[in-house]
Write a protein that binds this ligand. Structure first.
Ligand SMILES: [Zn+2]
Length: 367
């Protein structure tokens, strides 16, 4: 007997009948906290974040227990940790088919995992405020979590993504990411996988054309940071592994250090060009091998991180057509990003005490 869809708040996936677009319906997520509410519910706006922020050290009781942490030695103070998201878009319930429940639009439970990666014990607002070694540890614990998810039955794909700043959808300013494992291969991945079926080596071509067009910004180990040929926003940057490698969790330790260093590098350049720049990033790795019928087609995959500054809003044209408009050419963006190299270290770029609203307005003026 299917559950009553009006009272069952378990996350589920519904599909648009015309486009097939999946929508995660997570009613309980509407109760997730944001900074404004947390401050107001404290003793007033002068309260220190350590009083109200669930991610600050000392407030561990407000989050679920650690799944992975750095350092692993529990006797040492934590520097970063991964916990279950208190307001998940997924459930550990099996993907029960709900389509016979009589409630139109209800497909099935959204089976999967939804974690938060808390990237600093302090109330840092930018990854640039996290020490370089501690930032490398963040990527290392993400890799350890992906190893766990790759072995978990029932999951098809996993990603880590960051919403940095309110324009990018962040509700809490304390530096963090989200790590999700789901039992579907999302449309964006399907589209990229389909390209592998019709082109012999699209990633090799992407890299070769970026070199030829002067769109490479920086490299580290076997990773290349480049401006893609059709950026959706000014300064969109991808970090692409230069050789075929399907999964981030299979990457060498040196490569994990390199992605940490390159993300700091690129965000440092963005901060220099557009102080207080809000941005998203997300990892595109191949689906887990057991989840696709023809794993061979993913053999030529190069996992990559897409970094999307949020300088202009997604408006009617973008939402209605799936197309984007940008005002800066890829080559111009690459030229500016290369020139924005931070020569004296990352600390010069960001003051942790800086108010992000004020900086964001400065950023708008700069573009
Ligand atoms: Zn905090």
């Amino acid at each position: 007997m299917p559950p009553d869809q009006r009272t069952d708040s378990s996350p589920r996936i519904c599909h648009d009948p015309l486009s097939g677009r999946p929508v995660f319906v997570a009613p309980q997520r509407g109760g997730k906290p944001n900074d404004r509410e947390l401050v107001v519910s404290g003793d007033g706006v002068t309260d220190h974040p350590s009083v109200w922020c669930p991610f600050c050290v000392g407030n561990e009781s407000r989050t679920p227990p650690d799944i992975v942490r750095a350092p692993a030695d529990m006797a040492a103070p934590w520097q970063s940790r991964i916990v279950t998201n208190g307001y998940p878009i997924t459930t550990d319930r099996p993907p029960l088919d709900l389509s016979e429940s009589g409630w139109a639009g209800s497909d099935r439970y959204a089976h999967g995992t939804h974690d938060v990666v808390i990237e600093s014990p302090r109330h840092d607002r930018s990854i640039l405020a996290v020490a370089p070694e501690a930032w490398r540890d963040v990527w290392t614990i993400c890799q350890r979590r992906f190893v766990m998810l790759a072995e978990q039955p029932g999951l098809a794909w996993a990603t880590v993504f960051k919403n940095s700043g309110p324009r990018a959808g962040a509700s809490l300013e304390h530096v963090h990411s989200q790590l999700i494992g789901v039992d579907i291969v999302p449309p964006a991945l399907h589209t990229e996988l389909a390209t592998l079926e019709v082109q012999r080596d699209p990633f090799g071509r992407l890299l070769a054309e970026a070199r030829a067009a002067g769109r490479i910004i920086a490299t580290a180990d076997d990773l290349v940071a480049l401006v893609p040929p059709a950026p959706r926003q000014p300064f969109e940057t991808w970090i692409v592994v230069a050789e075929p490698e399907r999964h981030f969790h299979a990457a060498s330790a040196a490569r994990v250090m390199a992605i940490a260093d390159l993300t700091r590098d690129i965000v440092g350049r963005l901060e220099r060009l557009v102080p207080g720049c809000d941005y998203n990033w997300w990892l595109h790795q191949a689906p887990f091998d057991r989840s696709i019928n023809t794993p061979g087609r993913a053999a030529a995959w190069h996992w990559h991180l897409e970094i999307l500054p949020r300088l202009t809003e997604l408006a009617g044209f973008e939402l209605g057509t799936g197309c984007h408009i940008t005002t800066m050419t890829a080559e111009d963006a690459a030229h500016r990003l290369r020139d924005a190299a931070v020569e004296t270290g990352f600390d010069v770029c960001v003051s942790p005490a800086r108010g992000w609203q004020k900086s964001r307005r400065r950023g708008e003026d700069a573009v």
